[in-house]
Design a protein around this ligand. Structure first.
Ligand code: FAD
Length: 409
């Protein structure tokens, strides 16, 4: 049967997928979201992510901003420890003031949960399944699922993250599009054994940074590890023991809270390890299929502002589909044109942020801490100037103006 040109299959129910589903359902489309995890990764899951400037505006237009603000992490201060030196304490608001006047930090699982609540009455969600095959023809896409029966859709959107399955099925192997930025990250949950409240602890040494912050909704804490390696590491992506070993080797020194954190790593059930990489594609649409968020243009996990970009991408894609009456050729071309400059700007953030977030040399560690030391002592205007200088690429995000795609506009 020929699908109506309004039936859209979205793969991935994290940030980009549900945001796209929200806007599409209000524009008269019928979105279905398929998510591989058996249940929503609510509250507990993920890591702290950021919404900046225009992405906060989109959340406001969706009417979810009060919930987003209520669920924000409330991590207000960061204490940076250095080997053999006294710690430096900074107000995080002072650091982000120059990047954006509108900034919310929230756990990814909390944001996903808010987006799901806002869409579940209008959108069909299929958890615990994923797309196995995609066959496009003139008027639709025949989709084969791992578990459910095959079904035809008018359009298919991959919102399935950095390691997107839709991208692989439509464009080929990830290696063609993934660009390594020179480091790795590891993250996991652990008991908040230091009783942290509104405060992140961080440790920095040449080529590596570790941090621990509280998750007030669960009473637990998260540990985040970032380290540099010039060459990519070769490991089995399914072998978590091997990945734990790589992390332990990178942080082998007996310093700060590292030994305790790494002993908790042994018991963590949600350990995530990955390279810090970007997805760079000249075009991320083909026929009746396109990509949104990290799947199409990941700017680098933990360093690139990918959450804000996922929200903006979903907003633009839905707006262009509405404007083109569901015509993929027209809508996808305009979606890519409208977003190209924004994607380009986000791409510059990761490499710059990595310099401050994971200082490469003792001198860079020293410089970073000097800047952090200075921030609280300056008058507010100078604080903003200094932090905006530090966050120059991110500040450019504040200047992004997107078309107003609201149905009433
Ligand atoms: C450790 C870490 C720290 C980060 N810190 C920050 C930060 O501080 N600030 C920030 O802005 N961003 C941060 N990010 C990046 C941010 O999480 C992503 O940019 C953002 O979540 C992108 O949203 P997305 O919806 O495009 O993709 P994702 O959040 O990756 O979601 C993809 C979804 O698709 C699902 N999926 C995957 N494959 C399939 C399949 N085959 N079939 C069905 N479903 C599938 C996944 O289960 C997931 O639900 C961080 C990332 C990591 C890993």
């Amino acid at each position: 049967m020929k699908p109506s040109n309004r039936e859209v299959l979205i793969s991935g129910a994290s940030i980009a997928g549900p945001t796209l589903a929200w806007w599409l359902s209000r524009a008269g489309f019928t979105p279905t979201v398929v998510e591989q995890t058996p249940a929503l990764r609510a509250g507990l899951g993920g890591h702290a992510v950021d919404l900046f400037g225009p992405a906060v505006d989109v959340a406001e237009q969706m009417g979810i901003l009060p919930k987003v603000l209520a669920a924000r992490t409330r991590t207000e201060r960061v204490t940076l420890e250095r080997p053999g030196r006294s710690p430096v304490e900074v107000d995080l608001g002072q650091l982000t003031a120059g990047i954006s006047t509108r900034h919310v930090e929230i756990m990814r699982g909390e944001l996903t949960s808010i987006l799901y609540q806002a869409t579940r009455d209008d959108v069909e969600y299929r958890f615990g399944d994923s797309i196995r095959t995609l066959d496009q023809d003139g008027d639709g896409v025949e989709v084969g699922f791992e578990l459910g029966p095959p079904r035809r859709f008018s359009l298919v959107v991959g919102a399935d993250g950095l390691h997107s399955g839709v991208r692989r099925l439509v464009f080929g192997e990830e290696a063609r599009f993934r660009h390594y930025l020179g480091g790795y990250l590891g993250v996991f949950s652990l008991p908040n054994y230091l009783g942290l409240d509104g405060r992140m602890l961080a440790y920095s040494a040449p080529g590596k940074t570790a941090a621990m912050y509280p998750v007030r909704q669960t009473g637990q804490a998260r540990a985040l590890f970032l380290f540099r390696t010039a060459e990519e590491l070769h490991y089995d992506h399914r072998d978590l023991d091997q990945q734990r070993r790589l992390l332990r080797e990178a942080f082998a020194e007996q310093a700060w809270e590292l030994p305790r954190l790494l002993s908790d790593l042994e018991h963590a059930s949600d350990f995530y390890f990955d390279s810090i990489s970007q997805i760079r594609m000249d075009s991320w649409s083909s026929g009746r299929a396109t990509l949104v968020g990290d799947a199409g243009y990941c700017p680098g996990p933990a360093v690139g502002g990918g959450t804000a970009l996922a929200v903006l991408g979903a907003y633009v894609l839905a707006g262009e589909l509405r404007a083109a009456g569901g015509d993929p050729a027209k809508a996808f071309r305009r979606y890519e044109t409208e977003l190209a400059e924004v994607v380009g700007r986000f791409r510059t953030i990761g490499p710059t942020v990595m310099k401050t977030l994971i200082p490469a040399t003792p001198l860079q560690v020293w410089l970073t801490t000097q800047v952090l030391r200075l921030v609280p002592r300056l008058p507010a205007t100078l604080q903003r100037r200094l932090s905006s200088f530090q966050g120059r690429p991110a500040r450019a995000l504040q200047a992004i103006t997107l078309r107003d795609y609201r149905p009433t506009a």
